[in-house]
Design a protein around this ligand. Sequence first.
Ligand code: DLZ
Length: 212
Amino acid sequence: MAAPLKGPGKSKSYDGSDLRIGIVHARWNTTIVNALLSGAKKALADAGVREENVVVQSVPGSFELPFACRRMYASSEIQFSSSSSGFVSAATDLLGGSASDLVISSPTPSLKGSTSSAASIAPFDAIIAIGVLIKGETMHFEYIADAVSHGLMRIQLESGVPIVFGLLTVLTEEQGLVRAGIAGELGNGGHNHGEDWGAAAVELGLKRRGWQ
Ligand code: DLZ
């Protein structure tokens, strides 16, 4: 069968059982966002990422995604360094606020490894940013899409943590429904791009550790 023209193409299967993944999603256009979020979580689970090692946070709108991703990653680094050495990273000062302000709560911590059932508190291996921008009558769409795209790229290059670009920039609500796999009367039409984003997070999280 010929390879599909669109989409990420078939990759080898990756084992995400040792990964810790963050997801930050906007709450604007909730129905579409929720479907994308479910798709991303499903792909993470399919790749073996343990539920307790997936941390989900939300923000009001897509414009807030770069700030939230940066904060989420920095707080996981601080939590990790303070728990492993009792030392709170200087990153706290750079970001402002106190370490306790930044810490993401997690159950009984374990540093790594799939043998324990406790959640990992290792820094995130990848973060998925999910939002849906639907073009309206004003220039909001253009400004937010541009700012968020550049913001997310900047964060991943500066921090070294992969940020998966889960921002749909669509012209109509229908385009969003199709790309979240919930179009049509039965609500199961189209392809859920969230699944691609979950798979990308696993692949990139592993490749960040070493090219595989
Ligand atoms: C203001 C706004 C508009 C008009 N449209 C969207 C949208 O389609 N999708 C989205 O995620 N957020 C939207 N927002 C909200 C902004 O992203 C942001 O939350 C506010 O401007 C507050 O900073």
